[in-house]
Design a protein around this ligand. Structure first.
Ligand code: FES
Length: 218
């Protein structure tokens, strides 16, 4: 007689089947879990969370004393080209220009005369007029020239020549406890539209360490 034909045998066979199904189910779930985990790890590898972008807030390599130290100019300028920021001191206070050309994003170079070079059509008189709008605070015709397609910007970052469609932006700047400037690329203080040539009045007061809150377009 077939032992599986007995009542005990049938029961045993059913238990065996159930056990096999259970083991298969556990195995299948394990394989599914491993596949899911592997997939997630692969996605993490392909799209890493880390970013190579420089931190938005940074400390300049120079201090307040470095900016004010020369004392011979009415306008003092120090650039941190690695971080694409220039810090300007005029008689009204300090501001930071984000050196990103509004045409295609090149880094403009500081020049002592924005009308220098061939092909710049703005007359010296027009430039002088713009600088006079700063209340005579600026004695020189300094500003920026973009090396890529020749755009020119006054010292307050207003564009006046070349394909740049609008002025460069200004960034929030503070003085840290160690007298180094702390600039935040994520916080604009001045954002001007095309054709806006008004001289921004936002400034950081070095005596109080506070800004006057005169933001534009942000
Ligand atoms: S990127 Fe500056 S002029 Fe084109």
């Amino acid at each position: 007689m077939n032992p599986y034909d007995t009542r005990t045998g049938k029961l045993h066979a059913r238990v065996e089947t159930t056990r096999r199904q259970f083991l298969l189910l556990v195995g299948a779930l394990g394989a599914l879990g491993a596949t899911l985990l592997g997939g997630i790890e692969l996605l993490k590898f392909m799209f890493p969370g880390a970013t190579l972008e420089a931190p938005r807030q940074f400390k300049t390599g120079f201090t307040v004393d470095d900016l004010t130290g020369t004392g011979t100019l009415k306008v003092n300028v120090i650039s941190d080209t690695a971080n694409r920021v220039t810090v300007v001191l005029d008689t009204a206070g300090v501001y930071a220009v984000y050196l990103v050309c509004t045409h295609l994003g090149c880094t403009p170079n500081y020049v002592s005369d924005v009308t220098s070079g061939s092909g710049v059509t703005n007359s010296a008189a027009t430039v002088a007029e713009h600088y006079a709008a700063e209340g005579g605070a600026i004695a020189t015709r300094n500003g920026w020239a973009c090396p890529c397609h020749g755009s020119r910007y006054y010292i307050d970052s207003t564009n006046f020549y070349g394909p740049a469609p609008r002025p460069m932006d200004w960034l929030d700047i503070q003085v840290g406890p160690d007298k180094h400037f702390v600039v935040n690329r994520a916080a604009l203080t001045v954002y001007r539209q095309a054709g806006d040539t008004a001289v921004p009045t936002w400034r950081l007061d070095l005596k109080t360490g506070k800004n006057n809150g005169a933001t534009i377009g942000v």
